[in-house]
Design a protein around this ligand. Sequence first.
Ligand code: MN
Length: 232
Amino acid sequence: MLDRRRFLAFTAAGATAAVLPRFAFGQEKPFTLPPLGYPYEALEPHIDAQTMNIHHTRHHQAYVNNANAAVERWPELAKMKIEDVLRDLSKAPEAVRTAIRNNVGGHWNHTFFWDLMTPGGAKEPQGDLKAAIDQSFGGLDKMKERMNQAGAGRFGSGWAWLVVGKDGKLDVISTANQDTPLELGVRSTVLGVDVWEHAYYLKYQNRRPDYLSAWWNTVNWDKASANFAKKG
Ligand code: MN
């Protein structure tokens, strides 16, 4: 079973990796792969260990590597907060903008995603988040249905998200590829699920809706509530 102290240490590292100032130590690469807050097998049977391992150590690592390569082409990137870069991609030179959108975006999305999952978490949201979901969607099941539809309906690769929109209300949206909700001007991102085939294909093959149904069992509702509380 998960050692609590190790879990907390990993969680703390994962949660701060995306926002710490980079180049703090001269030789280090500005972007680094955050450790998971749980072992690869922890989300079984909903998400299998092999998928988690490959997704983290190969796919996410590739986004990190490519983001570091983008820094060599645009050093300013290393000095900026990731969220600020992604909120306004027009700041990036055109020659490197697509690389940043895909790879810094991929790094942010995956860091968010790993932190949003946990073994043995609460089955449903509590408090303010629960109240807002009830008010906006008419209940948790209806919100899940909207997310599942957004994820299943995303053609090709992308993400489904629960966000607090510009109007301060909860909304379900979908983005393509590694585009983030940040560039859409959302106030906060509450939930997000990766619907790229690499997130589910080994276990679920073409059955994306089955993966989406199972994924809800992994959600860290405490983290989702913390994300929701950041609004405004
Ligand atoms: Mn992915």
